[in-house]
Design a binder for this molecule. Sequence first.
Ligand code: 6R9
Length: 629
Amino acid sequence: MQLYNRSITDSDRFWSEQAKSLLHWSRPFERVCQGNFADGDVAWFTGGTLNAAYNCVDRHLPHRAHQTALIYEGDELGEGYSLTYHQLHARVCRVANALLSMGVRRGDVVTLYMPTSPDLACAMLACARIGATHSVVFAGFSAGALRDRLAASGSRMLLTCDVGKRGGKTLELKKIVDEAVGGTDLVHHVGVFRRDPDAAQQRSEGWEESRDVDMNELLPRMRPYCAYVSMEAEDPLFILYTSGSTGKPKGLVHTTGGYLLQAAMTTKNTFDLKDGDVFGCVADVGWITGHTYCIYGPLLLGATSVLFESTPRYPHHGRYWDLIDRHRITQFYTSPTAIRTLMKFGTDKIKEYKLDSLRVLGSVGEPINPEAWTWYFKNVGHSRCTVVDTWWQTETGGHMMAPMPGMTPLKPGSCTLPVYGVQPALLDPLTGEEIEGDDVEGLLVVKRPWPGMARTIHGDHHRYMDVYFNSYRGYYATGDGARRDENGYYWITGRVDDVVNVAGHRIGTAEVESSLASHDGVSEAAVVGFPDPSKGQGLCCYVTLNMGTPSTPEFIAELKAQVRRDIGPFATPDVIVITPDLPKTRSGKIMRRILRKLAEGEPSALGDTSTLADPSVVERLVATQFWVK
Ligand code: 6R9
């Protein structure tokens, strides 16, 4: 608590000490923090230079060369391999040299469309080593979504794998890439990592000699050393796209110094990371959780990090427990969705495992309900591990609210208190005034800059200001609602904008709407979230059809397939309701509040419907009782 107070009252000194103790600077910084939210010009550690790959790998070599850096577990049980820091160093250098040989230079954006694997980790660190900005696109995105992100980031270089494997299924990543970039002049080169070394001959189909590069052939020819570039603290480290409340994905830009510090400090404090720990974050590296807690955080601290490519239920629902026991994982980090899914199977399977290496259990991605928290605590942590519910966002770079093991008293379902240097507040949505005191609820905002915050939206600083800073001047708007209880503890209540959180995936309803509306048979679409017992939320899509379009089950299946194709399988609609009309105000605005209540199965709680242009639209929807499955 004392240190927290100091991190707020004497913040420059606090952050300066953290930055010096947790990171290696090639040149020391001159100032700690400058700029503010209202002007959108926050900068940290200016004057300082550093390199992310040096900090994650090289500086550990003198004493950790033969310690395992990465443990990779592929899709099949026990399939995979490990890399020591020494081996990681050589691989990162080879990939960096390969990128240089293909013309990538400092400041270029390199897109990585790859499954969770050491190849992806090396590609990220290789970009960082030579000063290129990585833009990882989750390998569950469709060709169209990949193309949009490539174009938006201006990336000329793409790295991918021939295939990805998840849950026994093969994802044809190279084919998706061919579809995304074929016939365009978006990229100059596509570097392909081959999973199956014997598949060299199979590369003929879709292979373009002038564009495609076989990484398995190229890498052995590269030198295992590559000099690193000292980057300014504020130089971008990566772009990561996330959904917002309008259709276009936002490419959030994270910078080198501040992001790395947030990653290192929160990994250390929230997870009580110690020498010799084996850190098991089972998120996909394609999302922010994987960036910060599979790669940067653990490697900055010289820990051993587990990269897990499979799913919690493949080949059976004991997969996580097997992973924990086999690799002697000390910190395990997953999502409430995964916990709720596994809860359904009872405790017979989990009792077959020891789970005695565990010390800290993390949760991230959505609110964790007290039942799931307690199940996790008792059955996975055997009532002796700390459960850390960590609230944060792609935008924040690292944890913003989370308990500290052994220090913060826990409450199941609460992400407890802010981490060092973070000052949250709750605002009244109407007046924009701060709500003081405890036992209150409001919009969750942050009052002062923190090092790990995204500095801009790539190519659209106006949008960055509008989304995060302009609605409530002087605050960062998180887009979440929260309650502060009688002890000052925070409880996240969920998104207050048009973003739905399905199984921990952020999905902008506008993106799904525009995919549906682009179908010839569709006139208009409105998408809302509804509570789902295991995924947290599901997607309910209201669709009006053009004349002559049949509302058959086949057509509905076609619409679902369209969304899968446009965005990716994780955004597949759960329910599609065909309706002759959407409820609108007299000024033509879709009344989503009503659609949300109907999707929740609460037709009696529609609230004020007096502004509806045509009340019969709602009456007809109510009469269908579509929510009763
Ligand atoms: C890290 C990550 C961010 C949104 C965020 C909030 C929800 C994340 C949470 C949580 C309640 C938690 N969220 N962690 N809600 N408790 N512990 O998930 O980033 O994909 O950008 O999602 O997820 O709604 O605003 P991202």
